[in-house]
Design a protein around this ligand. Structure first.
Ligand SMILES: [Mg+2]
Ligand SMILES: [Zn+2]
Length: 187
């Protein structure tokens, strides 16, 4: 079984433009390419896991997100970085599109996307990591049994407490997170 690094999209992998699906507005964060490349070359599967409540709210469709995935792949491919997977949760209990307006197990902080990806890709969750910019990402990772890194870039403003909401480590960029994962033994 392989290990994965699950990565939140908005505010972690790319700059957050709320409810954006326009590929032209998708820009990778600074200080992420080298880290992603090192993780990929070290055998970690890189898997994006993203809450996309804009589907349930009627702002865009699931099909629009396929273009987002393609854009991400095209930004990473020139560096030899392969995304093993791209998963999104289209649900939101207070959404207006009936079939998506449900309580689900995939919307972070719940771990459904990670658990599903782990089955599909035969991933060893205990040796895998979740990287995100808010504590809901950390909670999803911890609930899935992964180690977790909070990218502390100012996007987490509430810091609600909870037993699953404590990251294994805190870093400032994906490059720094990759260095921590690869070079600092974490027990
Ligand atoms: Mg985020
Ligand atoms: Zn969901």
């Amino acid at each position: 079984m392989k290990a994965a690094v699950f990565i939140d999209k908005d505010g972690t992998l790319i700059y957050d433009v709320p409810y954006n699906v326009d590929p032209d507005l998708i820009v990778l964060q600074d200080n992420c390419i080298e880290g992603l490349k090192m993780l990929c070359d070290s055998g970690y599967k890189l898997i994006v896991v993203s809450n996309q409540s804009g589907v349930a709210c009627g702002y865009f469709s699931e099909e629009d997100l396929f273009a987002v995935e393609e854009k991400l792949r095209s930004l990473l491919k020139p560096f030899g970085i392969d995304l093993a997977g791209f998963y999104f949760c289209p649900h939101y209990a207070r959404g207006i599109i009936h079939e998506y307006a449900v309580d689900c197990y995939c919307r972070k902080p719940m771990p459904g996307m990670l658990l599903h990806a782990a089955e599909v890709h035969h991933i060893d969750l205990a040796n895998s990591w979740m990287i995100g910019d808010i504590l809901n990402d950390v909670e999803a990772g911890n609930r899935a049994g992964c180690k977790t890194i909070l990218i502390d870039n100012g996007n987490e403003t509430e810091r609600l407490p909870g037993k699953f909401r404590v990251p294994s480590m805190t870093c400032h960029t994906i490059n720094e997170a990759a260095d921590c994962i690869l070079n600092h033994q974490y027990a």
